[in-house]
Design a binder for this molecule. Structure first.
Ligand SMILES: Nc1ncnc2c1ncn2[C@@H]1O[C@H](COP(=O)(O)OS(=O)(=O)O)[C@@H](OP(=O)(O)O)[C@H]1O
Length: 375
């Protein structure tokens, strides 16, 4: 009898013990999960703020805001453009800090850890031209902005590689995180007939940046580049005119033809409203880069992060250069192929070309609503 009561009590107490044990384990489990969540969330917040600083390369004190981004998904990782050394030291400059690698694996590892999943997107913005007007300078300057990521080299998708498809194009774009603009520049897009329609089909909202320069100096620049690759090149004057006199301009010669901007612009305006195009003066980009970059940032809906503090004028090169960029943390200018010495061209030939371009320039001013005041 006593034995049975004892056994019964024992049963009861071991059941209570078991219940207590289960309750304890549950409590410990929930408390652990809660703390783990709290810790993860705190560490994510901390990492995100670190990341923002990491991406604000040129000026760590500046905060950046984002703007439009594309509704597509395509892109590549391309090499950053070559840059040459500055030939003179800038007057005053902020201390050069070593910069983190933008495309380096650790950064993307860090992004993924935060669940930010950087991905490649089709460009929201294209620099479509005009060749030899300062397109490289524009790209290098605007990509100082932490919310702009650009393909380093010209992708030539819409003119040469269109058959490869948008997937191919997307894989040539850089990785971006939410809020960053993807940009690409290929100057031949402006003059290639099929390109406006192709860009329109990719994204009707694509923003288009066009750098333009006095078509006569542009033609000489184009010629200078071609001559640098061909030692037996004829003189500019022989190529720009038909039959050796200055009477008839050779409008079939590429360097001359490209300068008839109005003709090409009309094709773009069949597909895009003027409000989606921004014209940048190549001359002013040299004289006052901060001003032009300010306009570009406004147009793209970006905070004005890139300012005069980023530039210095290199007297030896005769061009604005950068204190630091995405590619380099020390002062530097664009490469040797940018800002070449032009050959001497007969003044009469220049005058004749100016006369030739005048009506086309006027038409261009009329279409854009901007008087570039080319001579
Ligand atoms: N900051 C700075 N540094 C060097 N060069 C500068 C700069 N800003 C504008 N430019 C002018 O850019 C001209 C080259 O134009 P592009 O970059 O459009 O050339 S290309 O079409 O990509 O080959 C280049 O033409 P050239 O002077 O004939 O070499 C320059 O006049």
């Amino acid at each position: 009898m006593y034995m049975s009561i004892w056994c019964h009590n024992l049963n009861l107490s071991s059941r209570s013990l078991a219940i207590a044990l289960v309750a304890c384990v549950t409590l410990v489990y929930f408390s652990y999960s809660f703390n783990a969540c709290l810790f993860a969330s705190l560490s994510r917040t901390l990492q995100q703020s670190n990341l923002r600083n990491l991406l604000t390369l040129p000026q760590r004190n500046d905060t950046s805001s984002s703007s439009s981004s594309s509704n597509n998904a395509d892109a590549t990782t391309t090499a950053t453009p070559s840059t040459s050394n500055a030939t003179t030291t800038p007057p005053t400059q902020p201390a050069a800090q070593p910069l983190p690698s933008i495309d380096g694996a650790p950064k993307y590892q860090m992004l993924r850890q935060q669940g930010l999943r950087p991905s490649r997107h089709l460009p929201d913005t294209l620099i479509i031209g005009v060749k030899k007007s300062g397109t490289r300078a524009l790209l290098e300057f605007i990509r100082l902005h932490p919310d702009v990521r650009a393909a380093g080299s010209e992708v030539h998708f819409f003119d040469r590689h269109y058959q490869r498809g948008l997937r191919w194009y997307r894989h040539h774009m850089p990785y971006t995180i939410e809020g960053q603009i993807t940009m690409e520049k290929t100057p031949s897009y402006f003059v290639t007939k099929e390109v406006p329609q192709r860009v329109y089909h990719m994204n009707t909202a694509t923003k288009l940046l066009i750098v333009v320069r006095d078509p006569v100096t542009r033609a000489i620049s184009d010629y200078t580049q071609a001559a640098s690759k061909k030692s037996d090149m004829k003189r500019f004057e022989q190529l720009a005119f038909v039959n050796g006199s200055y009477a008839v301009v050779d409008t079939n010669w590429g360097p001359v033809k490209i300068g008839v901007y109005a003709r090409y612009l009309e094709r773009w305006l069949h597909f895009f409203p003027l409000s989606q195009l921004l014209f940048i003066s190549g001359e002013r980009l040299i004289m006052d880069p901060a001003y032009e970059i300010g306009r570009v940032q406004d147009f793209l809906g970006l905070k004005r992060v890139v300012t005069e503090k980023h530039f210095y004028f290199n007297a030896t090169k005769g061009f604005p250069c950068l204190f630091k960029s995405e590619a380099r943390s020390t002062p530097h200018c664009l490469g040797k192929t940018k800002g070449r010495n032009h050959p001497h061209i007969d003044a009469n030939a220049i005058e004749r070309l100016r006369e030739f371009y005048r009506p086309f320039n006027n038409k261009f001013y009329q279409l854009t609503g901007i008087n570039f005041a080319w001579p």
